[in-house]
Ligand binder design. Structure first.
Ligand code: AMP
Length: 218
């Protein structure tokens, strides 16, 4: 099963994708994480990629296509995968279709997570991540047991450089401009399932329940 996760930064896309990955036993491929580890390993063009990421700007496709295709070619995707952070544009959606076609796979569904902007900003400002294992914490709603340390691997928790209010506003604007047409694109294909994620309604495992209900009917 191949599922694309859509949603502005801070909608809980990472957390919900991880829950889905455990439930369906297929890998969660987050292009942001993929790029961060690529940059950490000082691979080809890492300085240029790092700069785009630090500015919260979308990376040109020439840098990303090969990195993504190499990841999808790994053996663990044999039963599918959950894609988080890709595609962000219609051009990328078409590229994904090409990659899937080459591997005799198809896109089953697109999950569109929807959260009010004010809640997104508050959530991101309170977010810390473990650079070692990728776990995500929220200092207000889901803090680690030991302050500053990852519950899973004891890694030192950090705030991402791009998680400032100004940069979040920028990212929400970029998301609106560049990614909303994608929603229309996938709506036409009848592949999209919109889920409201909010601390006032549903979060985490309750959202997972709605998603599995939808996917099982597909
Ligand atoms: P994320 O962790 O998904 O917020 O991604 C962090 C950064 O990685 C983004 O701000 C972009 O610079 C880059 N990035 C991740 N996914 C993509 C994508 N599909 N297209 C272009 N740039 C991306």
């Amino acid at each position: 099963m191949v599922v694309v996760m859509l949603g502005a930064p801070g909608t809980g896309k990472g957390t919900i994708s991880k829950l889905m990955s455990e439930y369906y036993e297929i890998p969660h491929i987050a292009t942001g994480d993929l790029l961060r580890s690529y940059v950490n390993d000082n691979k080809k063009d890492f300085q240029i990629i790092k700069e785009y990421m630090a500015n919260g700007e979308l990376l040109p496709d020439i840098y990303l296509n090969e990195i993504l295709e190499d990841r999808i070619a790994k053996i663990d995707t044999i039963n599918g995968f959950i894609l988080d952070g890709y595609p962000r544009t219609i051009k990328q959606a078409k590229n994904l279709e090409n990659i899937l076609r080459k591997r005799n796979m198809r896109l089953n569904a697109v999950i569109n997570l929807d959260t009010p902007d004010e809640e997104i900003i508050e959530r991101i400002l309170n977010r810390v991540i473990c650079p070692n294992c990728g776990s995500i914490y929220n200092l207000k709603f889901a803090p680690p047991v030991v302050e500053g340390h990852c519950d899973k691997c004891d890694g030192k928790l950090i705030k991402r450089d791009e998680d400032t209010e100004e940069k979040i506003q920028d990212r929400l604007r970029i998301y609106d401009e560049e990614t909303k047409p994608l929603i229309e694109y996938y709506e036409k294909e009848n592949k999209i399932f919109k889920v409201l994620v909010s601390s006032k309604t549903k979060m985490g495992k309750e959202v997972l329940k709605d998603i599995t209900w939808y996917l099982e009917g597909k």
